[in-house]
Ligand binder design. Structure first.
Ligand code: SAJ
Length: 396
């Protein structure tokens, strides 16, 4: 249920391993493209596999769920304005399945969800279908694949599998063992839900620590890249890399599932979110101040290259990207300054006019590195330009 960044690769991999898969999505374009063997997401090597499983009939996409034996809920769980988690897609998908469920079926939620969601869905199902009590297996199994490496990680990553009871956990283990070679770790559904939130919140906190160091070092006149490199020489220290903020649909989102459910207890987790969001504002201010200083010194407005829009290096995904937010803010704050926008991983953008990265670098007086794309690392450092390196291109 859901053929997005996770659901579609999961459907394809399961079909590749001999499981007959019906892929359900509310978006008719996704259904049509999938049945035509065309990917609607970017994932290396996946389209060949899609064509294979569609051609041999082991994967079929449709907009209406059909009676199966195992149901995976892989729909989005965004959050609302005030960072309240929104599980309405999980509820809606579950509701459409209730009439189809039969004794012995397996129902698994994969979507990142607030602690307690699986039990909530179990209550909803058993209230509508008391006949299924004790025979329907219900579990939670989060995914942890890295976009761009999904095929390998879906098969090889360990998985955490938590049922509402022992039989459910076992049934889910039996299912995933058909295509997962990583170790399948048994637990209960609340712990499995919490594990996903813990993994991503821990990363957000670690990144916040690195970003906080970058603020301190900027004020202290210390090269933060050199500092972190030296501190990490300690055998048990592993400080992550500062950036221009934290983007994407995961690390920047999942911690709110904990701060909204446990506002008094999730203190570091909440503060880390504030720091990572503040870092993007701090970068935007830095760019604007640097532009003003240039104008005062040179009696003309600077030509500025904003290098990178994607939310992390070497991908084309701009979702929740701090680089995009910073670029927008800088462009809005300085009329008729010459701002060149660079993103080598996309060819066009409906809002930004894109400039080739080498052309922008040559023409710019101020070069702002926002996303550490590999192409940028080939650009030579020069004292002729003002370089703001927020993502460690040169580590100077
Ligand atoms: N970032 C930094 N400094 C770092 C590392 C990352 O600023 O040292 C930034 C990145 O630029 C990006 C954001 O953090 O804006 C998130 O980057 P990421 O490398 O965590 O990538 P995601 O969000 O695509 O993937 C994460 C992964 N989770 C963990 O590493 C714990 C992935 O395994 C999860 O499956 C994914 O979230 C998810 O779907 O939950």
């Amino acid at each position: 249920m859901g053929l997005g960044y996770i659901g579609l690769p999961t459907a394809i991999i399961a079909a590749k391993h001999g499981i007959e898969v019906v892929g359900v999505d509310v978006n008719p374009a996704v259904v049509e493209m999938t049945n035509n063997g065309k990917l609607h997401i970017v994932e290396p090597g996946l389209e060949t596999m899609l064509k294979e499983v569609v051609d041999n009939g082991s994967l079929r996409a449709t907009s209406k769920p059909e009676q199966c034996d195992t149901y995976l809920i892989v729909v989005p769980t965004p959050f609302k304005r005030d960072h309240e988690p929104d599980i309405s897609y999980v509820e809606a998908a579950t509701r459409t399945l209730i009439p189809l469920l039969k004794a012995g079926d397996l129902y698994v939620i994969e979507s990142t969800s607030p602690v307690g969601t699986t039990e909530k869905m179990a209550d909803m199902i058993f209230t509508a279908r008391p006949d299924l009590k004790g025979t329907l297996r219900i579990a939670y199994c989060p995914e942890r694949v890295l976009p761009g490496n999904v095929i390998y990680e879906l098969v090889n990553n360990d998985r955490v599998i938590g049922g509402i009871d022992q039989e459910s956990t076992k049934a889910a283990i039996d299912f995933y063992s058909k295509f997962v070679e990583g170790t399948l770790h048994e637990t209960n559904c609340r712990t499995a839900e919490m594990c996903k939130l813990t993994e991503n919140s821990s990363r957000d906190v670690q990144i916040a620590f690195a970003n906080e160091l970058s603020l301190i070092c900027d004020k202290a006149g210390i090269n933060v890249w050199e500092l972190i490199n030296l501190a990490n020489k300690h055998p048990r220290v592993n400080i992550l890399q500062p950036g221009c903020g934290v983007g994407g649909h995961c690390i920047a989102v999942d911690p709110y599932f904990l701060t909204s459910a446990f506002p008094r207890e999730a203190m570091i987790i909440g503060k880390a979110r504030e720091i990572n969001n503040y870092k993007a504002q701090w970068c935007a201010e830095k760019v604007k101040n640097t532009m003003l200083e240039f104008e005062l010194k040179n009696q003309r407005k600077p030509r500025v290259a904003m290098m990178g829009l994607a939310f992390k290096p070497n991908i084309d995904d701009l979702r929740e990207s701090p680089a995009k937010r910073i670029t927008t803010e800088v462009m809005q704050s300085c009329n008729n300054a010459d701002i060149m926008v660079v993103e080598p991983n996309i060819t066009e953008h409906k809002v930004f006019k894109l400039t080739d990265y080498q052309v922008a670098y040559e023409k710019a007086d101020i070069v702002v590195f926002l996303t550490a794309h590999n192409q940028f690392k080939t650009l030579p450092w020069t004292d002729e330009k003002v370089i703001l390196d927020f993502c460690g291109i040169y580590k100077k």
